[in-house]
Design a protein around this ligand. Sequence first.
Ligand code: UDP
Ligand code: MG
Length: 328
Amino acid sequence: MPRPVELSAVVPVYNEEAGIGEMHRRLRSVLQGLGVPWEMVLVNDGSRDRTAELLDALVATDPDVRAVHFSRNFGHQAAVAAGLAHARGAAVVVLDADLQDPPELIPDLLAKWREGWQIVYAQRRKRQGEPLTKRFFAWSFYRVVRRMTEMDLPTDTGDFCLMDKVVVDLLNSMPERNRYIRGLRAWVGFRQTAVPFDRAERFAGDVKYTFSKSFGLALNGIFSLSKMPLRAATWLGLTISAASFLLAVWALYVRLTGGYTVPGWASTVVIMLFLGGVQLLTIGVIGEYLGRVYDEVKQRPLYVVARITESRASSAEPVSHEARVVGR
Ligand code: UDP
Ligand code: MG
């Protein structure tokens, strides 16, 4: 029987060879200071550098660390999902591997949890060392999504948070593949509160979230939480139909009253292009939803675990489970 764990720290790791040692050291000293049984679940999201080796070395030296290795890169959200599925703690904290989410905030998050909050998310006050464009997109994205969904989605929060086991079990039981964990976390409800913090600069290595990955995450956020884009397409269609009807009435009126009608090819072309654009946009919106429905009906697992390394609690010897497929 594994001993009960009070706090699990889940860390998605992708090509972080430069910073993972320091991450482990800082996180460990924070967790050690809490005075409760803890564990670290490091999810290697198919890294192509020496991350896998380094994680296994950490497991060999630190019995409270477990490493879950994916068979390939499945993305940050899948890595967090896997971490949550493997965490055993009564509370689980999720944080990035690049030390942008300071582990030193964990005692504050834990204190709120002990006060009875089931979800304690860290809310960014500042983003250091991130390009202005990213800050602008992030700032506007959170506000747009908040308006589009009827949910109380907190702004400026990432995945850095602490969740009670009840919430973690709920998230684990959710079947959807296009996960936007921040949204699902807001969706479950319960007592939620925020702890403000300043997001630090990346400790080492490059940003792993490319623009297209961030864009994909943003689209998932919108389309998984809101039906408004579909409705917007309907409204757009209705508005344009009404406008063209009025235009037809006007054309008829001019014609009947013998007014001067120019062979107006310019206006025709403009209207044609406009309608073409609207149609493409609408098809695109429908496609976004359709693609997600397709992902869901395929029922593929969210991720594939190639192996897990953990130390046997008694002997502290690392064991490796080969080719275990987990995740719904
Ligand atoms: N990450 C991951 N899989 C990916 C991309 C990123 O597990 O495909 C991890 C990465 O190692 C880091 C976290 O997700 O721990 C956040 O990535 P990053 O720092 O690049 O994103 P940002 O801080 O810009 O949100
Ligand atoms: Mg980062």
